[in-house]
Design a protein around this ligand. Structure first.
Ligand SMILES: Cc1cc2nc3c(=O)[nH]c(=O)nc-3n(C[C@H](O)[C@H](O)[C@H](O)COP(=O)(O)OP(=O)(O)OC[C@H]3O[C@@H](n4cnc5c(N)ncnc54)[C@H](O)[C@@H]3O)c2cc1C
Length: 732
């Protein structure tokens, strides 16, 4: 029997998770380059970044010399160059999503503002990296590389300017006030453009020397919208604007800049063609931001995961030491355990830890998925270009690939052709990216509040070990920038109905059910049933109408689509955590560095999986039930609704358990006697409305929760025994 199945003999958790363990769970045990990068980023985070925070550098809005001193640390440690390809001065060949995710995780373990400073530079370059011409890449991306000894060039520090002063671009990215028009265009020469752009909340703007800005044409000789590259030193106005008075991420620089600049048309990101005397940009601003955000949002999601996991040790240390002194003597429970004697404090920390694990698992899975997808997308572009397919024709070809992938999935054959594989992975990426941005940051911010509350008054002071108060507030920014939660829910409401995603989701349900017999301790049984319930609900709302006959699944009906998107995120995170723990158990066994504590950690993580799966199942049950039943009108008790379903059965259940219940309740509610004939339907009824399948799934879901609280008790007990360091490895 494996360690996961054996609940009774579970060995104990001895230490907090080691690097070797994380490398195995998050699948970079064979990537020495990434392991080194983690160590470098950690050195910066727990050294210079932590010292700045501890010395109060967050207490100003301005971009100070202290904050600027972090940039050379990013350069020297490899953090800056990690984004770059080797030909541009980087050191990681191939996709870098996991690498950047790990850097963000390490920096955010201490301070996410520092992480944002480094990531915003990448974001500023990303439009050029993703869609730029070779010349643009050479001029900007390659010059972002840190200077080598003896080099004198100016290093590019980039910012990304999409958001504009109210009432223009925010969540709604189409409402551009930023304009571009043709300033000069003489025959045979490159046109000169005049760019007018005001930004709001633009990160890195205190020091950036290159900005990629979204603008719309205000000239009949230039079509649509585009992104343009602006340089400090271009003729005109380059005003960095005032620093934003933000309450969060104060180690990064945020300003409201104003630009009025003349630039050559070659600054249009991705280039342009001239047709009939009109400049036609190769990419609209929305095509570029779509390509950029779908990768960078994963990294943001992981910033909040790091915060949650970083809270575990400070909370344990605080709780254990809380009652030392007074009458307590070493060796007594009061002295050794302090607040850890109280079950609620332990249970809440279990919830925080489980959330942190599940969100990290989801985020790193998404990052790995993009690493797999990136080269395939390039291959796809090559294939389509080879067949001379573009626009609608390319779209049609991909629709065929989607059908092929769907067919292969249905017959359980591997999906191998590059286009079908792109379709397959793309359908997952379209869900996993918004899911981890939404759930990790949104629910993560709520859970950071729990962490803060476990530190009592300290939690809301600057002196709180682990900077938990600041991290709580910072998490809210992570839920907001690069598209707040509404944007992610909106995207999920479309991508989660993709038949290719749903086909894979069904396979995952079968996988969870299989796991339920091998490894019942993971809670995969409850999770599989909750996934079924979600799927049932999605199919139901896609065809059902509300009490007034209006469609339920519709883009204007965010009350239906958004909660279902939230529910899906709970499932995805809990599932990925289970898979990562199984990976740890199976692969970890062969790693001598893990041998000692592996069984104990796997047993503990298994209990955390169970806790998280049960919580996810609860959320999905609640959300689904509200949606399935909530759009029917409730009958009045005296309207003789469906008594069989709404009255008698309920009372019969209560009668069995509450003494004396029967007489008074029956007299009061005037419902049918048990066994009475089903009265004519006057109101909604699960039986009459075809909801029996839902009701039975939901009832089954409840019984699948068997054992989840025992798992929580065991995990809580582990928290009282696990070894910690004497002090955190970064200053407070
Ligand atoms: C510190 C910081 C740094 C930033 N850095 C950058 C940067 O470097 N570059 C950049 O371009 N931007 C940046 N931003 C801007 C950020 O991306 C935007 O603030 C964010 O996208 C939301 O836009 P908004 O603030 O205008 O919110 P609004 O558009 O006003 O939306 C407010 C709220 O209304 C609701 N809502 C809006 N639309 C919908 C809808 N369609 N459906 C349902 N609900 C909706 C949501 O609850 C939403 O959160 C930064 C912001 C901050 C605070």
């Amino acid at each position: 029997m494996n360690a996961i199945a054996d609940e009774k003999l579970s060995p104990a958790l001895t230490t907090l998770p080691s690097d070797d363990l994380r490398q195995t769970m998050w699948r970079f045990a064979d990537r020495y380059d990434l392991q080194m990068l983690v160590q470098s980023a950690r050195g910066v985070a727990r050294g210079p970044v932590a010292r700045l925070v501890a010395n109060g550098a967050r207490n100003s809005h301005e971009w100070t010399a202290d904050k600027a001193s972090l940039l050379p640390h990013f350069d020297e440690s490899g953090i800056t160059a990690a984004f770059l390809d080797p030909e541009d001065g980087g050191f990681i060949a191939g996709p870098k999503n996991l690498a950047l995710a790990l850097i963000a995780f390490e920096l955010s373990w201490v301070d996410a503002g520092a992480a944002t400073s480094s990531l915003a530079g990448n974001l500023g370059l990303a439009p050029i990296h993703e869609r730029g011409t070779p010349e643009q890449r050479a001029r900007y991306v390659a010059n972002a590389a840190p200077l080598k000894p003896g080099e004198t060039r100016q290093q590019v520090r980039a910012a990304f300017a999409l958001t504009e002063p109210i009432p223009f671009v925010g969540v709604e990215t189409g409402m551009l006030a930023g304009k571009v028009r043709i300033a000069e265009w003489t025959d045979g020469r490159e046109p000169l453009l005049l760019v007018d752009k005001r930004g709001r909340f633009i990160t890195n703007m205190g020091f950036a020397n290159v900005v990629t800005a979204a603008v719309e044409s205000d000239d009949p000789k230039l079509k649509g919208s585009c992104m343009v590259i602006l340089e400090e030193g271009d003729p005109g106005v380059w005003d960095r604007g005032t620093p934003t008075k933000k309450l969060v991420h104060q180690l990064s620089s945020t300003n409201d800049p104003v630009f009025h600049l003349k630039v050559p048309a070659s600054r249009i990101v991705g280039g342009y063609t001239i047709q009939g005397g009109v400049i036609i940009p190769n990419y609209s601003h929305s095509e570029i931001i779509e390509a950029v955000f779908r990768r960078t949002r994963v990294t943001v999601g992981l910033m909040t995961s790091a915060k949650l996991l970083s809270a575990v040790e400070p909370v344990i240390l605080y709780h254990r030491r809380r009652f030392r002194g007074g009458q307590g003597a070493p060796g007594t429970p009061r002295y050794e355990l302090g607040i850890q004697q109280k079950q609620d404090a332990l249970h809440r920390l279990v919830d925080i830890w489980a959330t942190g694990e599940a969100s990290a698992s989801l985020g790193f899975a998404a990052a790995r998925l993009f690493d797999e997808l990136d080269p395939l997308e390039k291959e796809k572009d090559r294939i389509l270009a080879g067949k001379k397919l573009a626009g609608r024709a390319a779209f049609k070809e991909m629709a065929k690939a989607q059908e092929e992938a769907l067919k292969l999935l249905g017959t359980r054959q591997p999906v191998e052709s590059p286009l079908a594989r792109v379709a397959l992975l793309d359908s997952l990426a379209g869900v996993l990216c918004p899911a981890c941005k939404l759930w990790n940051t949104g629910h993560g911010a709520n859970m950071m509040r729990e962490a803060v509350s476990l530190m009592g008054g300290y939690g809301v002071t600057e002196d709180c070990p682990g900077f938990l108060g600041q991290k709580w507030m910072d998490a809210q920014l992570e839920a907001t920038y690069e598209g707040p939660e509404a944007v992610q829910r909106l995207q999920l409401s479309i991508t989660m109905t993709n038949p290719l995603f749903l086909a894979q989701f069904q396979q995952w349900i079968a996988e969870m059910k299989r796991l339920a017999s091998d490894r019942p301790g993971t809670g995969s049984c409850a999770l599989g049933t909750a996934m079924n319930l979600w799927l049932w609900t999605l199919h139901h709302v896609q065809t059902a109408a509300d009490a007034d006959g209006a469609k339920l699944y519709h883009k204007t009906r965010q009350g239906v689509t958004f909660p279902l998107a939230d529910a899906l995120c709970w499932l995805l995170a809990a599932r990925q955590f289970i898979l990562d723990v199984i990976e740890l158990e199976t692969k970890g066994a062969g790693n001598p560095a893990l041998a000692g504590g592996l069984a104990g950690t796997v047993a503990f993580f298994t209990d955390l999986c169970h806790v998280q799966a049960a919580r996810a199942a609860g959320e999905v049950g609640r959300i689904s039930a509200e949606i399935v039943h909530g759009y029917n009108r409730h009958p009045a008790w005296d309207e003789a609704g469906c008594h069989t379903c709404y009255g008698a059965e309920e009372l019969t259940a209560l009668e069995g358990i509450i003494p004396g219940m029967d007489a008074s309740a029956r007299a009061y509610s005037d419902v049918a006697e048990p066994g009475e004939a089903h009265p004519p339907k006057a109101g909604p009824c699960v039986k009459c409305d075809g909801l029996e399948g839902f009701v039975s799934l939901r009832a089954k879901l409840d019984t699948c929760l068997t054992g989840c609280r025992l798992a929580k008790d065991r995990a809580a007990e582990s928290l009282t025994k696990v070894m910690t360091r004497e002090a955190l490895d970064y200053p407070a």
